[in-house]
Write a protein that binds this ligand. Structure first.
Ligand code: ZN
Length: 130
């Protein structure tokens, strides 16, 4: 199934755990391996700490130190830094689901990372039954 998510900033992290869980349950699926994937090269899907929003700022700033926007890049577009961040963070996670509950740790959430927003992003969720 495909989810559409509007991002609002150039760079941000959006907790999509609830959206993903609801989408899976709506399909009548209660257990299996849930894969969450973005078909984009300037966005990512990661697991991240889900309580402290300041930690999201810290993470985005840390990525900004690895691939600063101000750097000169060979890429023709203006979004080389976003491509690099996206490649480092990855495009998917896989999370087991049991009894209609994602088996995430207490502090884990599924996050869509935007590195070149704002724009509409597609998130593909699929379940391998088991
Ligand atoms: Zn580009």
């Amino acid at each position: 199934m495909k989810l559409k998510i509007e991002t609002k900033h150039k760079s941000e992290m959006i907790d999509i755990t609830k959206t993903v869980t609801e989408a899976v349950i709506k399909k009548g699926i209660k257990s299996g391996l849930v894969t969450v994937f973005v078909p984009h090269t300037t966005a990512s899907i990661i697991l991240f700490e889900n309580i402290d929003p300041q930690l999201r700022r810290d993470f985005l700033e840390a990525l900004g130190r690895i691939a600063p926007a101000s750097q000169t890049y060979h890429h023709q577009g203006e979004n080389a830094a976003a491509h690099i961040k996206s490649a480092l963070c990855g495009a998917r996670v896989v999370v087991p689901m049991e009894n209609a509950k994602l088996q995430l740790g207490e502090w884990q959430g599924i996050f869509l990372c935007e590195f070149d927003g704002p724009r509409e992003r597609t998130v593909i969720v699929q379940v391998i039954n088991g």
